[in-house]
Design a protein around this ligand. Sequence first.
Ligand SMILES: [Zn+2]
Ligand SMILES: [Zn+2]
Length: 247
Amino acid sequence: MSRGLIYLDYNKIVTATIEVFRKCDIHSFPIDCEALLKHYGYRLFSYKELRDRNPELYSLSLGYSEDAFRSGASKIVAYNSDRPRGRIRFSLMHELGHHVLGHTGLSNQNEKEANAFASHILAPRMAIHYSGCKNANDVARLFDMSFEAADNAFIDYRRWHRNVVIYKMSTVDKAMYAHFYNKEQKCFVWSIHRCDFCGRILYNSSEPRCTICVLPSIPKKTHIYYHDFDENDRILQRQHLKWLYDF
Ligand SMILES: [Zn+2]
Ligand SMILES: [Zn+2]
């Protein structure tokens, strides 16, 4: 291997994300970045808050990065709140990556690994697949990422997808699948949330409301049609799932 070439162990990175999903009981996207850091014992401050609370650490953080800063000893993560939301989320998960991967000291290798970790924990390639994302815009919307981060994730998703089609799922892929497999729904679940109108639990829906609440009041007969539609959707989903997993 030539000097300066950085080799990324994707299995190690993805395994680390699965560990976090298990420990923090994550079963839905987009993830709550702040909650994950708190789970690992970190307190979160904006650079402005840190400036007032801990000027010493603040001046240290400025020399470190304009985006985010982590002190493992003080268990503090500070971030630049002037950055766009997607970039903040990526920076926070980058810092979690350093913690989870046990990095000490600064190196290009550590930075690359933390970036890969952030990308994979925000948008696991398998979740991109099952959520049916067709492009980077879909990824940005469903996984709450910047367009740039979503674009990189989508390009990498296609690489991953080609590999799965040719070589089938790896051991790590199967561990990811097992974590997000929902026994009641009998499929890979990438999103669980309540309809913001009727409160019904929605699985794998990118809409804030269920199909009934999103429409103006409709006669009962049409209701049955929509029920059938849901059922068809679910069958399609299972066929899709079979294609990827059963081999
Ligand atoms: Zn870093
Ligand atoms: Zn509803």
